[in-house]
Design a protein around this ligand. Structure first.
Ligand code: HEM
Length: 348
């Protein structure tokens, strides 16, 4: 088979490097209002504070890294990287956080973002947004787990509103999606086939619940799944309603590496949305290239993360810098109704 020939991969890697997405530029163009030096004078130690705090936190809870990475993705895909996923519900309605795809975001990851915010406010005052802290925490999750150490453009402001459950469901694809559905969902955010395969590599760390992949093991084995992998999953999830969890990357569950793609090549991807990347001809060559070249994956992942991290950002004088990542600052962003503050409905 051509795909096992090393020359084939060499050619493929070369083609990928020459593709329009991967020319000499190693980072996408900056969104208006963002810069790599945004806090240089106002919070010069920001990045080292976050790195040191998370280094310590990951030692006692390795899963926190996965939780933080996923929060940034869920923040950016829905209404942009504005920290809206961090907000608790309010009188105006249930929060984005309580929409179905967000129910499995880790509470300790939300707590960690608030703790980082408090720590940063002590060092620099209230200058760094929760959306920027989330983006930097995601980078540390990748880097401290063994992945690339990419630069994060900063200057995001925190949004004043959160998305509805319907909007959340529209922008966050289900794990049962095939590649066509995934590509259509990513296109809503101007992300393409290369972004899809690279960003899905986030599944090299973390866990999934049986309910997220029970369609592949009940009533019988999805034919695109390896038999032994299936047997083991059926032990973890004896019934389709079990609430157990399993690792997303069966080879190196806590290490940020390219083994997720090796899993896919071996038909050991967990979700339909993972395994179909190998089955579908549009994404298969990229999966194979990443499975064979970790450096290529790291480069493309960093590129797509920076691109994702700039989706619909609020900058300049828009939004605010929250004092508590879970709540809008009191008295801000509220419309004035009958001379009183608090008419929140109009603000949404
Ligand atoms: C492309 C479409 C994607 C789908 C359909 C998807 C779906 C899911 C699902 C269903 C889970 C497990 C939820 C559970 O059962 O507990 C999960 C976990 C996770 N996802 Fe994704 N995801 C996608 C893209 C991404 C992206 C772009 C990233 C980051 C770059 C990411 C990072 C993660 C991480 C790190 C976890 C583990 C979280 C933890 O252990 O707490 N995912 N994803």
């Amino acid at each position: 088979m051509a795909s096992t020939n090393p020359l084939f991969f060499l050619l493929l890697s070369t083609l990928l490097f020459l593709s329009p997405l991967s020319d000499a530029q190693t980072a996408p163009p900056l969104a208006k209002g963002l810069s790599y030096t945004f806090y240089k004078s106002t919070c010069p130690n920001l990045e080292s504070i976050i790195r040191l705090e998370l280094q310590r936190a990951f030692k006692s809870n390795v899963g926190l890294a996965a939780g933080l990475l996923r929060i940034h993705f869920h923040d950016c895909f829905v209404q942009g990287c504005d920290g809206s996923v961090l907000l608790d519900g309010s009188a105006s309605g249930p929060s984005e956080k309580s929409a179905p795809p967000n129910l499995t975001l880790r509470k300790e990851a939300f707590d960690a973002i608030n703790q980082l915010r408090d720590r940063i406010e002590k060092a620099c005052g209230r200058v760094v947004s929760c959306a920027d802290i989330t983006a930097l925490a995601a980078r540390e999750s990748v880097f401290l787990s063994g992945g690339p150490n990419y630069k994060v453009p900063l200057g995001r402001r925190d949004g004043l509103t959160f998305a509805t459950s319907d909007a959340t469901l529209k922008f966050l694809p289900s794990p049962r999606s095939n590649v066509s559905v995934l590509l259509a969902a990513l296109a809503l955010n101007n992300l393409d086939v290369n972004d899809l395969v690279a960003l899905s590599g986030g599944h090299t760390i973390g866990i999934g619940h049986c309910s997220s992949f029970n369609n592949r093991i009940f009533p019988s084995r999805d034919p695109s799944m390896d038999q032994t992998f299936f047997n083991n999953l059926r032990l973890t999830c004896p019934t389709s309603s079990t609430t157990n969890t399993t690792n997303l990357d069966v080879r190196t569950p806590d290490v940020f590496d390219n083994k997720y793609y090796v899993d896919l090549v071996n038909r050991q991807g967990l979700f339909t949305s993972d395994q179909d990347l190998y089955s579908d001809g549009r994404t298969n060559p990229v999966v194979s290239a990443f499975a064979n070249d970790q450096g290529l994956f790291f480069e493309k992942f960093a590129y797509s993360m920076v691109k994702m991290g700039m989706l619909n950002v609020v900058t300049g004088t828009g939004g605010q810098v929250r004092a508590n990542c879970s709540a809008r600052n009191p008295g801000t962003g509220w419309s004035v109704v009958d001379g009183e503050e608090g008419g929140s409905v109009a603000a949404y």
